[in-house]
Design a protein around this ligand. Structure first.
Ligand SMILES: C[S@@+](CC[C@H](N)C(=O)[O-])C[C@H]1O[C@@H](n2cnc3c(N)ncnc32)[C@H](O)[C@@H]1O
Length: 226
């Protein structure tokens, strides 16, 4: 499943000429930027990649903890976190989030699962949701989750993956499950896009208070407090 390097990821994600993708990334930062009293909070970026949003987070946060499992991403993430006094990187599996944070400097956490990381988890996304919920409950924290919608996988999604196929591989047309929102490529890359029912299920699973929501036909960004 893990077929890309941080270099390729940065090149494609930062330079992609796709107005929907760009507006999605801006909307994520808009929701994150509206977190109240952010200077008193620890932002925990789950599946942080190479640290795309790190420069924005360090400006608004008390501190930032960025976690990723991909050794290639971690190397770049560590290089970037060293540039800031209030940032740390953890190489690890967010299916074991509580344990990873045991020695971390965590105060009023805001847990971020953005850029559809939940759809591309190496492992079981339900385990990630349950760990996220348990950390958020323990610290009475907040969660911001940003995901792509199943309804647009067939047209927008296929154009998107064709544009970035250098990284994700050629779409495997026989094995893509549009009904369930599961994209698959011939190199084994997989990404889930979420139905409206699943988005509602995730919200009710967390059970907290919805502080902010940014919903479009393409994506859903939800900010929940516990
Ligand atoms: C779609 S990328 C998003 C990167 C980042 N959130 C961003 O907005 O730029 C998903 C990231 O999640 C990481 N990831 C996938 N499964 C993981 C796991 N079980 N534990 C930690 N990181 C994981 C991948 O290595 C990848 O960097």
């Amino acid at each position: 499943m893990r077929k890309y390097t941080s270099e390729k990821y940065i090149e494609l994600v930062e330079k992609i000429d796709d107005p929907v993708f760009q507006s999605w990334q801006r909307a994520e930062m808009d929701v994150i930027g509206k977190v109240k009293d952010s200077k008193n909070k620890t932002f925990i970026d789950l599946g942080a990649g190479y640290g795309r949003v790190l420069p924005d987070l360090v400006k608004i946060a008390r501190n930032v903890i960025s976690i990723d499992i991909n050794p290639d991403m971690i190397a770049e993430l560590e290089r970037r976190t060293k540039m800031y006094k209030n940032a740390t990187a953890i190489g690890g599996d967010i299916q074991g989030l509580s344990k990873l944070l045991e020695k971390g400097d965590v105060k009023n956490p805001v847990l971020l699962i953005i850029q559809n990381t939940l759809g591309t988890i190496e492992g079981d996304y339900k385990k990630v949701l349950s760990e996220t919920k348990s950390v958020a409950e323990k610290y009475q924290g907040e969660v911001i989750i940003s995901i792509l919608r199943q309804e647009v996988l067939k047209d927008y999604g296929m154009r998107f993956y064709t544009a970035i196929q250098e990284m994700t591989g050629e779409p495997d047309l026989e094995n893509i499950d549009f009904e369930r929102g599961i994209f698959r490529s011939k190199t084994g890359y997989q990404s889930k896009w979420w139905t409206s029912d699943e988005i509602e299920e995730i919200k009710s699973y967390f059970g907290g208070k919805v502080v902010n929501e940014f919903l479009t036909p393409h994506f859903a960004i939800i900010h929940i407090s516990f």
